[in-house]
Design a protein around this ligand. Sequence first.
Ligand SMILES: Nc1nc2c(c(=O)[nH]1)N[C@H]1C(S)=C(S)[C@@H](COP(=O)(O)OP(=O)(O)OC[C@H]3O[C@@H](n4cnc5c(=O)[nH]c(N)nc54)[C@H](O)[C@@H]3O)O[C@H]1N2
Ligand SMILES: Nc1nc2c(c(=O)[nH]1)N[C@H]1C(S)=C(S)[C@@H](COP(=O)(O)OP(=O)(O)OC[C@H]3O[C@@H](n4cnc5c(=O)[nH]c(N)nc54)[C@H](O)[C@@H]3O)O[C@H]1N2
Ligand SMILES: [Mo]
Length: 702
Amino acid sequence: MCGLEVRTEGAEVLSIKGDEQDVYSRGHICPKGVALQDIHTDKDRLKYPIRKTPRGWERISWEEAFDTVEQKLRAIQDQYGPDAVGLYMGNPGVHNTGTGLYFYDFANALGTRNRYASHSLDQLPQMFVNGEMFGHQALFPVPDLERTQFILVLGANPVVSNGSVMSTPNVKKLLQNIRQRQGRVVVVDPRRTRTAEAADEHFFIRPGTDVFLLLAFVHTLFEEELARPNHVWRFTDGITILKKAVLPYSPERVADRVQIPAEAIRRLVRDFAGADSAICYGRLGVSTQQFGSLCHWLINAINILTGNMDSAGGVMFPLPAIDFVRLLKREAKALRWQSRVRGLPEVAGDLPTAALAEEILTEGEGQVRALITIAGNPASSAPNVARMNEALARLDFMVAVDIYLNETTRHADIILPPAAGLEVMHYDFVLNIVAIRNVANYSPPVFPIGPDQRYDWQVLLELQKRLERGNPLLLKAKHAVLSWLTPGHRLNLGLLFGPYGKLGGRFLDPNGLSLPVLKENPHGIDLGPLQPCLPGRLFTPDKRIQLLPPSLLPFLDQVEAALESDIPNGRFQLIGRRHLRSNNSWMHNSKRLMKGPPRCTAIIHPDDAARLQAQDGQLVTVRSAVGSIQLPVEVSDEVLPGVISIPHGWGHDQDGMRLEVASWYPGVNVNALTDEQLTDGPTGNAVFNGVWVEVELGSRLA
Ligand SMILES: Nc1nc2c(c(=O)[nH]1)N[C@H]1C(S)=C(S)[C@@H](COP(=O)(O)OP(=O)(O)OC[C@H]3O[C@@H](n4cnc5c(=O)[nH]c(N)nc54)[C@H](O)[C@@H]3O)O[C@H]1N2
Ligand SMILES: Nc1nc2c(c(=O)[nH]1)N[C@H]1C(S)=C(S)[C@@H](COP(=O)(O)OP(=O)(O)OC[C@H]3O[C@@H](n4cnc5c(=O)[nH]c(N)nc54)[C@H](O)[C@@H]3O)O[C@H]1N2
Ligand SMILES: [Mo]
């Protein structure tokens, strides 16, 4: 979402800088923005379709590629039914305007219930709780970072990640501003991250125990009568049952388990409740753990109980220029079907990715026999990659819409590479639903594409035309309309009829938005800070909020059992780590991003290092219930004793990949350790944090 100033000469990039005049990012840029140049010129980036043959990969025409995909996938669906073709959509899908605009039509046309996405490796618990409390999975409460007097950050490192479900450039500056206006920044994390360093206070927490801390937080709000109403209480039900539910969880009871003293928890609650405005914000670290959904539910409850939901300086709901939340209303459902093998739930049309491998590997009716991946790398990003690799290798047919030959796409029979990066236009219609201000910004493509290239939306539309079933005449008419509705038309319609549009919220207003208006404003249009909008924007049928959604109740019993269970002795708990110059698995082919000391290391505390007799740089073996890896150790008191921090997105030494720079710095894949059978109860979301592992010095294999 950073505005960029790209200087070019002919087909060459001269420089990429932050756009000083951008209404949102005001000149901010991170190293990945600059590295767009490397993606653009990367000789390994695919630009035309390739097919796997016994002699290796060979180039084929788009026509031939589409013909083959059509014939193979149709045959499989004819024989085994629509669900036999699986679909996996990865993270860059939401960062590519064309992919986002055409994905849902395509997915619906494919008609499979075996749809998977990277959000079940990420924020699905948050989405599920949004659905249960606010009636729509995509209605995210977003920190009003520019006006708050207090932010409590749990399991997020926004200084490095640029804020997730709080999309904003320059988080560091915004946190500094809070402190400058006498506000407070408090971080709860098993590791002293760069965000923790930028905070007033950092509490180390034992991984996976946030649910206890949050229960104790709510307990204390009630016990010390610190709850404070705002307008949201008028349409909120269940305060009394919540009070009863949290009664057993006093700070004194949970303190040892979370490793934060009871008095510190009580003081934190008092500070938070006493602030003029406050935000309880939790992200990936609390989402991808065993009680992810409960954590996000409690975070919402804390914001509601302290009068910080839908109020300035608290958490608020964006109203983007293209109201993607409203447009997705039809998709905002959950629990309509389950995965075949393990019965994991559907949310918003997707099944959890943790179920994908077994759906491919388990024979019988309803088995996934073919797979389409779009901008996804599950062989790197999903838990238990050994099993994922086994599954992908077993498919009858696989097609990848992707720009690289990597850990996942090497399993494909055909790769359909779309244009990307500087070649495509951009409008953040997805990310604006989680932005800290309402803004609208359109970027034209910097470069035209070559005659042999295709845009992502062209690829998806062509696949839809070839694979959709129904009355041929009706389909012909439908596809003609879809072909006429170019991405530009779609954006323009979304803007025109949107909340600020000339034909929508600002009817006949000459300043109302449309695509031409955005094109005249290359630095973007600021639509102002987030505004209170409840109960109007709720999607619950009765326009009320359930403070304790009934679907979560059964999982509270599991929390009680977990709190009473013993902790294994001498073992470590695994946590993840993001780096400013990495982006999940796919930006490691840029030399400029790969500079510096090795990053794929295991950080452990000096006490643990002493116990293992391990020194900086020595190899350790890390073993879990599903696999083991060897990597160099980094000794630092930035992590809690008993914690081991390993980044994801590495392990680029698999056979059959074509990523030269990445292969010089392969690292190892931490998801060889994570277990796809371990998931968040209500959603089936993957668990990456808090996984128990054993660590020993040396590279002895099990
Ligand atoms: N252990 C552990 N595992 C994790 C995480 C963690 O913290 N720890 N994080 C999780 C999270 S939050 C996420 S979101 C997932 C991500 O999971 P995925 O989305 O499956 O993986 P990515 O690494 O983002 O891979 C993106 C893919 O998109 C391709 N690509 C890049 N740009 C484009 C483009 O413009 N068009 C197309 N068509 N393809 C493109 C890349 O080549 C790559 O194959 O990983 C999850 N996995
Ligand atoms: N530079 C960079 N930026 C990125 C990405 C990237 O790969 N690189 N990925 C993008 C994506 S896909 C996403 S989803 C976002 C994620 O953005 P964030 O949500 O900010 O995620 P992380 O940076 O992984 O931070 C998670 C934090 O949780 C901590 N943690 C781990 N376990 C626990 C626990 O049990 N309790 C608590 N309280 N904390 C815990 C970890 O130590 C870590 O500091 O970042 C996005 N931005
Ligand atoms: Mo993510």
